[in-house]
Ligand binder design. Structure first.
Ligand code: HEM
Ligand code: HEM
Length: 536
């Protein structure tokens, strides 16, 4: 038989041609593979969120093969001796089965839970990076709003997920959810009864949460993440100002081969880290909590960290019962419904609020250093301080117990802290930004400190400064211009109360032009030129 000679160089070309003739994929694929992405460590945060979501999908599908979302009562006869003979729901039994009898089951459950914690943590830090660098400004406002909805869906995914095993802890969370629904005036009772299928806990809620958790919420997340990344692709990523990098170009590496391989490596690193944590560190040991009984709540019941702020807000709310006619509004309504609603929907509109306030309608493809916008940093610091106090208050019983403090004292510390600390955080962070700006101005004017001390002929000691830019005829640096904000001479005006209060909260004056990196002409449409950084 005559053997056909295969031209190894020509074969892949022919194969590619064959595929293109059938599917016309070369043009869109070329655009994708040639796409240029700028590089910075902080751009990895969104990718960690994406990678942990992929891990959630993979481990979630594995769990679904063994989990039984049923509230049918069964007597436990499995491998964990302490619970043998105990009446429990089939859902709890199947979670115990996954943990003790399914090969690799506990590892998968722990991996799923650690990935959920990492997912939410990376989303929050990614959101902080977007906020503090002003990456949400025009034209990326919509992507910020989509991001906020992604955060909400992640919150719901986590809550429905840790409710599924129907153990003592998850039942306590469901109890709080039912109480929150019941607190809503007029429709509360109806809402709770329709979701739980009658009186709490009923027999339907785990099955309903299951559909939401494995289908509806992941489906929503998948669809919105696709739009989110599609917009990053279409609008092109922002970049830090620097040599060659302007508002009208993108400097970075092409998607293929370096960027894609690097991302593949990062995915492996994130996967490996989550697997290591799942293998080494126990999380959510449901067998210790026992099955859920509506009449039992153990002390120190804590939700996952991203839900704790809600718990904290509820614990800090004073016992103010309001009566309107025949209706009473329980105190729970204010933090859990109004508060949570405002805290999650309000920030969606932030990019438009800021643009309106500053009157800045230009397109921003260059990121802003946080110090160059002290007011934004102050507002962010205020929000984070609020979140941290609420989160700590969510565990105030544990703190009180471990440190032998009265629980009432902890509650009052939380209430006072919530009023006093956020404005303080605003003030301190604004001052730090202004100080850093001052330092930048000094470096621009006098150069960088070299650490070399010189003695002058008159005996005086001076430190030699290395000029950053050009020097004049006498070797003195020509001061470079600084694009940041201006510190007013008088910080707090004594006199009328209003300017004093305004001076306290907004101790900065904006220059006539809103700060952007100098020399950037406003552009319209997607006209950014893509430039590779030269590395092959
Ligand atoms: C953003 C997405 C997701 C988040 C944040 C999330 C979070 C969680 C959490 C915190 C738990 C409790 C784990 C534990 O018992 O310690 C859980 C359980 C579970 N998740 Fe997810 N999950 C997500 C996506 C998925 C997907 C896509 C699936 C299936 C396709 C899935 C299936 C399950 C199942 C079956 C359980 C119950 C297993 C058990 O705890 O025994 N999850 N999820
Ligand atoms: C499921 C959650 C999320 C995933 C998987 C995700 C993923 C990503 C990725 C991979 C990028 C490009 C790389 C980077 O800049 O980090 C990105 C950019 C972006 N994300 Fe997210 N993100 C999520 C949530 C959020 C949230 C909560 C916000 C804000 C509220 C947000 C706002 C943005 C914006 C405005 C950009 C464009 C940034 C730029 O061009 O500099 N994202 N996201």
């Amino acid at each position: 038989m005559k053997r056909r000679k295969v031209d190894l160089q020509q074969a892949p070309v022919n194969a590619a041609k064959g595929v293109d003739e059938r599917f016309q994929a070369a043009t869109p694929l070329r655009a994708l593979l040639n796409k240029v992405f700028p590089d910075h460590w902080s751009f990895l945060l969104g990718e960690i969120a994406l990678f942990s979501f992929i891990i959630l999908l993979l481990t979630g599908v594995f769990l679904t093969l063994f989990f039984d979302p049923s509230m049918k009562e069964v007597a436990y006869e499995g491998a964990y001796p302490a619970l043998r003979g105990t009446e429990m729901s089939a859902a709890y039994e199947s979670s115990l089965h996954i943990s003790f009898e399914v090969r690799g089951g506990l590892f998968m459950r722990q991996m799923h839970h650690w990935a959920a914690l990492l997912f939410m943590a990376s989303i929050v830090i990614h959101m902080a990076r977007i906020f503090f660098t002003g990456a949400y400004r025009k034209p990326r406002e919509a992507n910020w709003a989509i991001g906020m909805i992604l955060f909400l869906l992640g919150f719901l995914a986590g809550f429905t997920g840790y409710s599924l095993p129907d153990d003592g802890l998850s039942g306590t969370g469901l109890r709080i959810a039912s109480a929150i629904m019941l607190s809503i005036p007029v429709v509360g009772t109806w809402l709770s009864a329709s979701i739980f299928g009658g009186e709490f806990p009923g027999h339907l809620i785990i099955g309903r949460f299951y559909i939401a958790h494995v289908l509806l919420i992941p489906g929503g997340l998948l669809a919105l993440i696709s739009v989110h990344l599609g917009l990053v692709f279409k609008q092109k990523h922002t970049q830090w100002p620097g040599p060659m990098r302007t508002n009208t170009n993108v400097v970075g590496e092409r998607m293929f081969p370096r960027y894609a391989l690097k991302q593949g490596g990062f995915f492996m690193a994130v996967f490996g880290t989550v697997a290591l944590m799942a293998g080494l560190f126990q999380i959510n040991p449901i067998w210790l909590f026992g099955p859920y009984r509506a009449s039992e709540v153990s002390s120190a019941s804590q939700p996952d960290w991203y839900v704790m702020f809600m718990d904290g807000l509820v614990r800090l709310m004073p016992n103010w019962q309001i009566y309107i006619g025949d209706y009473s509004i329980p105190p729970l309504f204010w933090p859990a419904v109004v508060g949570l609603g405002a805290l999650t929907t309000g920030p969606i509109f932030w990019p438009w609020i800021e643009a309106r306030k500053s009157g800045d309608k230009r397109i921003h493809n260059l990121l802003e250093r946080p110090r160059d916008n002290p007011e934004r940093v102050g507002i962010g610091a205020m929000a984070f301080t609020f979140f941290i106090i609420a989160t700590l208050s969510g565990g105030n019983d544990v703190i009180a117990d471990k440190f032998h403090i009265s629980l009432n004292a902890m509650t009052w510390a939380g209430r006072i802290g919530m009023l006093v600390l956020p404005p303080l955080a605003y003030f301190i962070s604004v001052r730090i930004c202004l100080g850093l700006q001052q330092h930048d101005r000094e470096v621009l004017a006098h150069g960088v400190e070299t650490g070399i001390i010189k003695r002058l002929p008159n005996g005086q000691f001076v430190e030699v400064h290395q000029p950053l830019g050009p020097v004049d005829d006498h070797g003195h640096p020509i001061p470079l211009e600084y694009g940041g904000w201006v510190v007013p001479k008088k910080m707090n005006r004594v006199g009328a109360l209003a300017p004093a209060v305004k001076g306290f909260f907004f101790p900065v004056e904006k220059p006539a032009e809103a700060p952007v990196s100098p020399g950037m002409p406003p552009v319209s449409g997607d006209t950014r030129e893509e430039i590779t950084s030269g590395r092959k």
